[in-house]
Write a protein that binds this ligand. Structure first.
Ligand SMILES: Cc1cc2nc3c(=O)[nH]c(=O)nc-3n(C[C@H](O)[C@H](O)[C@H](O)COP(=O)(O)OP(=O)(O)OC[C@H]3O[C@@H](n4cnc5c(N)ncnc54)[C@H](O)[C@@H]3O)c2cc1C
Length: 299
């Protein structure tokens, strides 16, 4: 009797978000504060789609173990949470700066703020050829993946983007992808003059760079934000009642996204974000439903 062995094919992974493990193809120093890492490998052929401020999770290696213990099954999060701390790969949130499907290359721009956090410490010494792992949108999933907060403004409505260096990758990606007739402003606070990166943008969007230098994080932005917003939204404020901003609890990560097309998309250090939203909603009367504001990190 002949026994025919049939190999059981692994089930196709159709989760909206999944893990991608590959290698660092390149590391480019963009400025004093920022590096770009390009990730690639066969897994990345199934990455995407990505648009606007698509967020992803960067999984950081455990010294001596790399990604060997990172659980990749459908219940990876529960498994990860149950792991002892010394075995657990740290996870941090980043933005897709660009994805090129033809070469399966994912660019992530990371701020190097010292060796005080696992992601920044990794960014200070990562090199081409190193292993890399991310959680991101899975092309084999046929629905809405989530992780995108930016919505283009309704036709004729001005757009305000504001953020610090951690929001610069998202702002750069948004400016590259919005319709060419969008008009508005992008206000970006960065640590140093050489952090002002080249941006591709619609002609009707003005970019204001603010150099922080020795000032506290958020100070340059807070000092000029109301003026810029009033200039842009002057004739539009007050069209809907401005509700008071309720989430003043400093322990809560500020996060709220616009329900309709955005007037304003604001991201960066949490305390700065809280202040900017108050200026916009309480003082200028921009409807809170038109403001996406997101704490990306906290001091
Ligand atoms: C949706 C989303 C998208 C993001 N996209 C990007 C992105 O594309 N690029 C990017 O660089 N960041 C991005 N961030 C911010 C990033 O997740 C945080 O900066 C994160 O804290 C970095 O992790 P870490 O391990 O370096 O530091 P952590 O372990 O989180 O923190 C360690 C210490 O570092 C401080 N710290 C953290 N971030 C900074 C910073 N930027 N500057 C100075 N001090 C800091 C903290 O206050 C803390 O004291 C994003 C965050 C979110 C929520």
């Amino acid at each position: 009797m002949t026994v025919i062995e049939t190999a059981t094919a692994a089930p196709v992974d159709t989760r909206p978000y999944t893990s991608f493990i590959g290698t660092v193809a390149r590391v480019v120093e963009l400025s004093s504060s920022m590096i770009r890492i390009t990730c690639t490998g066969p897994d990345f052929e199934n990455f995407g789609p990505s648009r606007y401020d698509q967020r992803i999770k960067l999984i950081l290696p455990v010294p001596g173990r790399g990604f060997a213990d990172f659980p990749t099954g459908a219940d990876w999060f529960e498994q990860w949470r149950l792991q002892p701390p010394e075995q657990q790969n740290p996870i941090r949130t980043y933005t897709v700066r660009a994805f090129r499907s033809e070469s399966a290359e994912l660019d992530i721009d990371l701020v190097r703020h010292g060796i005080n956090g696992p992601a920044s410490a990794w960014a200070s010494q990562v090199a081409a050829g190193d292993p890399v792992a991310v959680l991101g949108p899975n092309r084999r999933y046929d629905g809405e993946h989530g992780g995108v907060e930016f919505v283009p403004p309704p036709a004729g409505t001005p757009m305000l983007l504001a953020g610090d260096e951690t929001a610069l990758p998202a702002i750069a990606a948004i400016l590259e992808q919005v319709p060419a007739d969008v008009r508005g402003k992008a206000i970006i606070e960065v640590p140093h003059a050489d952090d002002r990166l080249e941006l591709i943008k619609p002609a009707g969007v003005r970019v204001e760079w603010l150099i922080r230098g020795d000032a506290p994080v958020g100070r340059p932005m807070i000092d000029c934000f109301a003026g810029h917003a009033a200039e842009l939204f002057g004739s539009q404020t007050g069209t809907a009642p401005a509700l008071p901003v309720e989430d003043d609890d400093p322990e809560l990560e500020p996060w709220d996204v616009a329900e309709q097309g955005n007037y304003a998309w604001i991201a960066g250090e949490a305390a700065m974000i809280r202040t900017l939203r108050r200026l916009l909603v309480n003082d200028l009367g921009v409807p809170r439903t038109s403001v996406a504001f997101m704490g990306y990190w906290r001091l």
